[in-house]
Ligand binder design. Structure first.
Ligand SMILES: [Zn+2]
Length: 152
């Protein structure tokens, strides 16, 4: 058995065990390798970084506890989730992760105190509601986003 670091179209990373490299490719081409977090079958081998020690929390499920799993997920739901994950990944390309300063920064952008750009990060429900009331364009993300490694 060999283990591969895999990632899906939604940017989730997880591990998969396979009999061989060919076994992985065979299963992947038949859509049998799916992301445990979003059900996306668009799974690729994550770039290997053997010189970098794994962070302890890398394999933890993302912050959300809303995980649906099992063999009975209707294919149309899987397709929708996969599409959502894809759209989210697309949306976040070129977006800057600002962590918990999201409310502050999106407000600054809205009022022209900071150059306009797409950002994403964390906000409480209350912060999000306040932003919406002020007319700041915010959008909840359907999938949890892990902070980039370099944001320490
Ligand atoms: Zn995923």
């Amino acid at each position: 058995m060999i283990v591969f670091d895999l990632s899906c179209a939604g940017g989730h990373q997880f591990e998969g065990w396979f009999a061989s490299s060919g076994d992985f490719e065979g299963q992947q081409s038949r859509g049998l390798v799916v992301c445990p977090q979003c059900g996306s079958a668009q799974v690729v081998k994550a770039p290997m970084a053997p010189a970098v020690p794994r962070k302890g929390n890398q394999l933890e499920p993302a912050k959300s506890s809303q995980v649906v799993a099992g063999g009975a997920i209707p294919p149309e739901a899987q397709a929708v989730f996969a599409k959502l994950a894809e759209l989210q990944a697309e949306t976040l390309k070129g977006s800057r992760f600002v962590g918990s300063s999201f409310a502050e920064q999106s407000r600054a952008i809205h009022y022209g105190e900071q150059p306009a750009e797409v950002i994403h990060g964390q906000a409480t429900l209350e912060e999000a509601r306040d932003l919406l009331e002020e007319g700041v364009a915010v959008l909840p993300l359907p999938f949890p986003v892990s902070p980039p490694e370099d944001l320490n």
